[in-house]
Ligand binder design. Sequence first.
Ligand code: HEM
Length: 480
Amino acid sequence: MNALMNTLRDLLPAKDTLLRALIAGARPGPASDAPPVLKTRLPAVGEGLAMLIDPVNFQRACHEALGDVFALSIFGVPLVLAQGPEAIARFSAASDDELDLITAYQKLLGKLLGEELFQRIPPAMLRELSGQSVRKRSAALARDAASFLGDKLGSAPAELDAMRLCSELVLEMTCRFVCGDTLSRERIVEIASLFEVLESDYSVVGLFLPIETPALRRRVQARERLIAVFEDEIRRAVRDLDRLEDGYLRTVIDAMLGPEPASAAPAQLRAAAVAIMGVVFGAHTNTANSLALAWLDVLERPALARSLDEERRSVLADGTPLDLSALCAMPALLRAINESMRMKGGGVLWRYTHKSYRIGQYEVPAKSFVGISMSLLHQDQAVYPAPAQYRPERYAAMVTDDFQSPPLKDKTYGVWGVGKHVCPGRGLAYTIIASALTVLLDRYTVRVKSAPRRWHPLVTAGIARPIGAFRVAVSPRAPR
Ligand code: HEM
């Protein structure tokens, strides 16, 4: 199915024309203040097909034709898509009773990933993922990156799959952050390949298809194996609880296994394993893909690579350790990362309406999925002039925060979402991407052997997925 879709996308150079041709117009909503409903020239399948071919341009074309809010149905799933400052402001301010994130992802992705993966994370556990916890662990994360790459790449030149390298490297860093130092390298490689099965094309085809495919069955097996692996890790940590460091794993054990963790019931152990897996899942693929695409963007631009070399050398002169403070002193690096993520990141944020909900002049009915596209936000010419061009220096002329990113309160940079559910792992993601990229650029000479043909945008929140191989020839640089 993946190969078929990818071929279809490659064969369609005139996608925009096709997408526009598919849109036949709108029929009125069922009530006078209901959003207009998209009508396509291929009844029942046109919407799904267009979403699969190119979700961002399809949404843009629909908004141009139908306005800021419209409804559609994909394989029977009722969706409402909204854009514009008013919709974003309403979306950000809505309570969970009005627009519910957890139910939306349980219903949309539960079939693929298991509903139990999507749970509200208690504040104490959320705190362990951000702020001081990240700052404290940032130097160790950078050392993990250097040691993983040293072991993996050795001292001889090699040609390898850069996506897989980024995936395993980010998984190693994430697992070390979430679980401490207990996981073996073999376990991490196993987890990386299980996540690959779990996530393959999840956001595109299977999301709306009403049938059970063989890929879906493989995914269910991968999910159960992952839960078993994390249960094992928790059991191991519980056996040696006195020596377990503070961190996310410890907080999960304290919060979820009761006063006698060693005698926790199987259901408690499973829930704790799912809580760990959920965070590793949330942290892994988007961060790995961001690292890969930011790396590729730098490798393809020698002048940018040279300026990053200079910046890095001056910040890390005199043995300054690579940690969060050092990374925040590398604005050109952070701007490059932000620009890669802006161009290929965003996707759609989804919420579920339990009751009817008003956006502007429209009443969205209960039991709808409401989505706003962060990818379209990233193409707003007023905020990002020439949005299709890679221009990391644009952030130098904007008001930005410590990560050189437009502040979250402005709701103009949608990579991390908007409003109260903005990504709690943002600081950790910047730390992982920026420190891994620093080590890769500093220690290795790299030639791109093949780059993905395209990056396919998601229909859920996150970073686009590559189509085609990203391979590199890597040789270690002589120490400076
Ligand atoms: C480049 C990497 C990442 C990207 C692009 C990303 C993006 C996002 C986005 C857009 C959302 C909001 C979804 C919505 O509103 O519908 C989100 C939520 C979330 N992210 Fe991330 N994320 C990344 C890394 C991480 C990391 C490293 C972690 C874990 C430490 C993490 C954990 C979470 C969690 C737990 C939520 C749900 C928050 C809630 O329910 O309020 N993410 N992420």
